[in-house]
Write a protein that binds this ligand. Structure first.
Ligand code: MTE
Length: 318
């Protein structure tokens, strides 16, 4: 996140992308092949080596981009925010140190059936699908990515939240030996994100375990990360180790640090500027072109109703 500089939404020219490979969405869908037939356009050797090992179906109910090109895999997996490994976008090498197997996940708090489960067991309990989602970072860049994973609500159904559960708190691992930035004690580690229970049950809220037909790489949040495409990217917490249902809303990681800039709700809205830059446009990291940002990042039809009764309107979009 941009904490020091006062950039406008236009990014500096040295951050502009010169992507040579543009993958058309339909070509990618065809080439990834939902039943595993890969040919043509992608790096076939890489696919053969790292192809996603579990069966997944295709869910294109939320695919709202018919003309937009998918961001290339190389860009989406090499330009990342993962503060545990540093404050630059180039954290891929450092993130390789994270060991993601075994990976224990606890799902508890105000639930009837708390579970503590290894990722390999959890993934067999859910039904996996591929969805193409926009990701709009609060820093005014965006991606279009094919994720593999499962709806967050299917995880919650496994533990049966009690009626007193109002919020879902998610936390990333804490391991300063592996993730050097976690030695910086002025950050409120571990990275924490929170959704309301209604947001968490909304079908758009997704847990990603794969990307571009492959296992999620560490820099994108392996082995599992949240994807909530109607909110700014910082809500999409990576490498989650715990999910906890609670009755009171705790502060999120960024809310602790800069509440006026990166608040709890963080719903994408082109009309509500970040205090230091406009949110009206975004740079598509795939093509380098600027696009108009849309309310709820284009997903209003599925999520706008969640906010009808929220009183603190001013902060809904930050
Ligand atoms: N999760 C953790 N644990 N640590 C982080 O620093 N950065 C967030 C989010 N999830 C972050 C995180 C931000 S600011 C963004 S924009 C997205 O991850 C970026 O996801 P990507 O690297 O897969 O594009």
């Amino acid at each position: 996140m941009l904490l020091k500089s006062s950039k406008k939404w236009q990014l500096h020219s040295n951050e502009l992308t010169s992507e040579k490979i543009y993958l058309n969405r339909r070509e990618v869908l065809k080439n990834l092949g939902f039943l595993g037939i890969a040919s043509g356009f992608l790096d076939i050797r890489a696919l053969a080596k790292e192809k996603y090992p579990y069966h997944y179906s295709n869910n294109n109910n939320y695919d709202i981009d018919f003309d937009r090109l998918l961001t290339s895999e190389s860009k989406a997996t090499s330009y990342n925010n993962f503060y545990e490994f540093g404050s630059t976008k180039n954290i891929k090498r450092k993130a390789e140190k994270l060991s993601t197997s075994p990976w224990n996940i606890n799902i508890g708090g105000l639930v009837d059936k708390e579970i503590s489960i290894d990722f390999d067991d959890l993934i067999r309990k859910v039904s996996l699908e591929e969805r193409i989602y926009r990701l709009r970072c609060v820093e005014a860049w965006s991606l279009l990515v094919p994720w593999i994973g499962f709806p967050l609500n299917s995880l919650l159904k496994l533990v049966v939240p009690k009626s007193s559960a109002k919020y879902l708190v998610m936390k990333t691992f804490f391991d300063p030996k592996t993730a050097p930035f976690q030695k910086q004690s002025w950050y409120p580690w571990p990275y924490t994100e929170v959704l309301t229970i209604d947001e968490a049950f909304n079908d758009l809220a997704f847990i990603a375990t794969g990307i571009y037909g492959k296992i999620l790489p560490n820099q994108n949040g392996a082995p599992l990360r949240l994807v909530v495409p109607w909110k700014y990217g910082f809500k999409s917490i990576k490498s989650i180790v715990s999910f906890s249902l609670v009755s009171e809303r705790p502060k999120t990681f960024w809310e602790e640090i800069v509440p006026k800039e990166y608040g709890f709700w963080a719903n994408v809205n082109p009309l509500v500027d970040h205090p230091r830059w406009s949110q009206s446009k975004e740079k598509d990291l795939g093509t380098g072109a600027y696009r108009d940002t849309e309310i709820f990042n284009g997903y209003a039809q599925w999520v706008a109703h969640l906010y009808k009764d929220v009183k603190n309107e001013e902060n809904l979009y930050r």
